[in-house]
Structures are given as structure tokens and as C-alpha cells.
Design a protein around this ligand. Structure first.
Ligand SMILES: [Zn+2]
Length: 432
């Protein structure tokens, strides 16, 4: 399937009501909202890569000024059902964690937290089905010039901004390459090691045991330890009005090409052709070893007909290196505001601790009941769950939970992800 805009050059643009136009003019929005042009390409080997292109989402139904777009890749393993389930439900779960009646700035601020809640709820719901498959998720929300990327696993999203600066908006949750994740998995009760052949010879990448997965985060994977968590790394950036290009792809691309190589392979070409060229370049380098999927999204000023990032050689190499090093090392510093090149970094957080991700001031809006679970959004009687105000009902917990209200089920999930499940007496929650 291939998508690009405009889909039909002969189609007329939809009529915009006069009041909307005047409103936009008054708010100075007319020139602010970019256009998106996008394309997709891929080749299947096992048929476990899925993608989502949803350019016409509305935050508030019927209100076109609340439009945003979603692009995502789901690289499934051990079957396709986790990828299918996540593609169908994740966006709904994220949106249900967004407080109602908030403005655009607040929505963008709430989004990182809602993404965490939506990922965890999707994982809990899928695991209830009792199926064994798992999936990576790279989930990109574009609202105006603001790009928010939430990811688990190793399907990367890179940004090629104007001037040729290539930066990584995701981190790779691979045990082989991520020492922090290895330490977290080990501390939560997992073992990390290579596959052991009968002669004692160790082969392949580092994996976690039980389960033998090379990823440290995913959705699904019911048969693997709970320390393989669905809590996403989230990064939010604001592009300058010059725009930029996103390349979102599964590891079939990234095992063959570096971020720089992928960006360079398609610079100056329209998005649809660009996606095809990135796939072609990966195949030329490595052959078809795995499912290979690539989405290219150009975020361009709306008065430009075609404006993919233009090639500029011998420029910004140092800045590019600086930015990519920074994005690898800065996962622990949320809410910092900085500007590198033409891209303003609004938010970045990668912690696997729910307490750090959901914050203590949740829910921030009065429309939520105080006993609504911050993850699954169900209301629960006050004496059943756990909240900052009532403290822990479980004396076995090493320290009391200081995060927002969680229902009993989501609290069990939180403890299991942190390796605390075995400290509880219930037989049903014994470690695997
Ligand atoms: Zn819950």
C-alpha cells in the first residue's frame, strides 16, 4: 500500500468555513500549521511488520483545529497477534488517558504521560489474551511542528532536519547495546546472556532469560519475564518552520543502514520515492534477512509544493554527531528545554519506573475522579487500589508508591515489572 498527499491531484481542497478561517487568522495559525507528505515501502520475509498511517485524527471530534496525525511501525516477533492488537488499540488507549477539556498546549504537555499509560494498558490487555507473541512499537504523533515519538524495542525514528542534521528520536532497547537496560533487567530478576550451545559455546546477541528475547522492552511477550516492560522512551521536539523529514523503520532497515546512510539515500526526493529508495538501499547492502518496513514523513511549510530536506554537504557534521551522542545519553533528563540546530527539544524521558513516568500531580485536571486509575482509566472504590494519599496497602512493598492512583490490576503489573511480584504472598503471582 502506498500513501502520499495529495492523494488525487484533481481533487479540490475541502471548503473551510469562514468562521474557522477568521479564527485561524486571529490566532495567527494560518502560516503555522505545516503540510505532511508521506510514503511507505516494505518487503516481507515473515509478514510480522505492520504499520499505521492515520493523517486525519481529531483530538476533539468535529473540531478541525484539533487535528493531528499518527504514523507507527509495529515489528512483531513470535507471531503477528501482538502487532495486530497494538495497531488496533494503542491510539484509543493513549487518547483515553488525555484529560478532557484541555487546550492545545496542555495536550502536548500531557501526551508523554498518556503515551506511557496507553502503552502499559495495551500490554496488560494483550497479555490477558494469553497469546505469546510480542511487538516493537514506534509511535509518532505530529501536531503542527511538534513531533512526539514513543517507542519500545528497536524500530527507530530518525529526523533529518533542514541543513542536513540527522538525529535519533528513539533509543534502541536491545540488551546487546544498552547497558542501562541490562542492569535494569538483572536488578528486576532476569538473567542476561547468550544462547548456549550444547558444547558450552555462546552464540548470538545478548538475550534475557527466561524467554530468550534480545529486546529489553516490548508490548506482549507474555511468555517472557515481566521485566521486559512496555514503558516507552518518549521524546518530543519542535521543528522550525523550515520543517524536516522523519524516517520510521523496522530493524530490517537499521541492521543494514546507519541513520546517516538512510537519510542520505533519499535526500531531495519526494516521500513516496524516498521510502522505496531507503528499502532498496538496505536490500542492496544486506539482502532480505528480515521484514523490512519504512515510512517517510515530510513536515513542510504548507505553502510549499514539494520541499523535502535539501542536501547540504560539508555542513553540520559536528552538530549532527553532537546531537546523536546527546540523544543516546540524555534519557534521564526530562523537561529540559534546549535548542540544537533548528530543532527545539521539549521533552525526553526513558525511565522504566512508572513512578517517574506518571508523576505525582496526575491527574492534573479536575475532570478525572480521584480514584480513576492513571493507566487503565477505570474508576475504583477507594479502598481497593493504591494512591499517593492513602499510601501502600501492601506492607511487603519496600517503599510506598508516590505516583498517581492505580487500580489493583495495574498496581500488580507495576510491581511485576519492577521485579517485586515475588515479594507478595499470592500464589498466582509467583515468578516465572
Ligand atoms: Zn488500572
Amino acid at each position: 500500500m502506498t500513501n502520499h498527499q495529495p492523494r488525487d491531484p484533481s481533487a479540490r481542497p475541502p471548503l473551510v468555513p469562514l468562521a474557522t478561517l477568521i479564527g485561524r487568522e486571529l490566532r495567527g495559525e494560518k502560516s503555522e500549521r505545516p503540510s505532511l507528505r508521506y510514503g511507505h515501502a516494505g518487503l516481507a520475509k515473515r509478514g510480522e511488520d505492520l504499520f499505521l498511517i492515520k493523517p486525519d485524527c481529531l483530538r476533539i471530534p468535529g473540531n478541525n483545529s484539533t487535528a493531528f496525525s499518527v504514523f507507527a511501525i509495529f515489528d512483531g516477533h513470535n507471531g503477528v497477534s501482538a502487532a495486530v492488537f497494538t495497531k488496533e488499540h494503542l491510539l484509543d488507549h493513549v487518547m483515553s488517558a488525555i484529560p478532557q477539556g484541555i487546550g492545545r498546549d496542555e495536550w502536548l504537555q500531557e501526551l508523554p504521560r498518556a503515551l506511557v499509560a496507553g502503552f502499559v494498558k495495551t500490554d496488560i490487555d494483550f497479555q490477558r489474551k494469553g497469546e505469546a507473541s510480542g511487538t516493537t512499537v514506534t509511535f509518532v504523533v505530529i501536531d503542527g511542528w511538534t513531533v512526539t515519538v514513543a517507542s519500545v524495542g528497536d524500530s527507530r525514528c530518525i529526523l533529518d532536519s533542514q541543513g542536513g542534521v540527522v538525529s535519533l528520536l528513539t533509543v534502541d532497547h536491545r540488551l546487546e547495546e544498552n547497558v542501562e537496560e541490562r542492569e535494569r533487567v538483572t536488578a528486576s530478576g532476569g538473567e542476561v546472556g547468550r544462547l548456549n550451545l550444547c558444547g558450552g559455546q555462546e552464540v548470538g546477541p545478548l538475550r534475557c532469560w527466561p524467554g530468550g528475547l534480545c529486546l529489553s522492552r516490548s508490548i506482549g511477550d507474555t511468555d517472557v519475564g515481566e521485566f521486559i516492560v512496555p514503558i516507552p522512551h518518549v521524546k518530543q521536539v519542535k521543528l522550525s518552520s523550515a520543517g524536516g523529514r522523519l524516517i520510521i523503520a523496522s530493524d530490517g532497515i537499521w541492521d543494514a543502514l546507519s541513520s546517516e546512510m538512510a537519510a542520505k539515500a533519499c535526500r531531495g526526493l519526494p516521500a513516496e520515492l524516498a521510502a522505496k529508495l531507503v528499502v532498496k538501499e538496505a536490500l542492496r547492502t544486506s539482502g532480505l534477512k528480515d521484514d523490512t518496513t519504512c515510512l517517510v514523513v515530510d513536515i513542510v511549510p504548507s505553502d510549499h509544493s514539494v520541499s523535502p530536506p535539501s542536501p547540504k554537504k560539508h555542513q553540520n557534521k559536528l552538530r549532527s554527531l553532537f546531537l546523536s551522542l546527546r540523544s543516546q545519553n540524555s534519557a534521564k533528563h526530562p523537561n529540559k528545554l534546549s535548542s540544537v540546530g533548528s530543532v527545539e527539544e521539549l521533552f525526553e524521558e526513558g525511565s522504566a519506573m512508572l513512578e517517574e513516568r506518571l508523576g505525582t500531580n496526575f491527574p492534573s485536571k479536575a475532570n478525572s475522579s480521584p480514584f480513576r486509575c492513571a493507566i487503565c482509566q477505570t474508576d475504583q472504590a477507594p479502598n481497593e487500589g493504591l494512591s499517593a494519599t492513602t499510601g501502600s496497602f501492601f506492607s511487603s512493598s519496600p517503599k510506598s508508591w508516590e505516583g498517581p492512583y492505580l487500580c489493583t490490576e495495574c498496581r500488580k503489573k507495576k510491581d511485576a515489572m519492577e521485579g517485586k511480584r515475588s515479594s507478595r504472598s499470592t500464589a498466582a503471582t509467583a515468578p516465572r
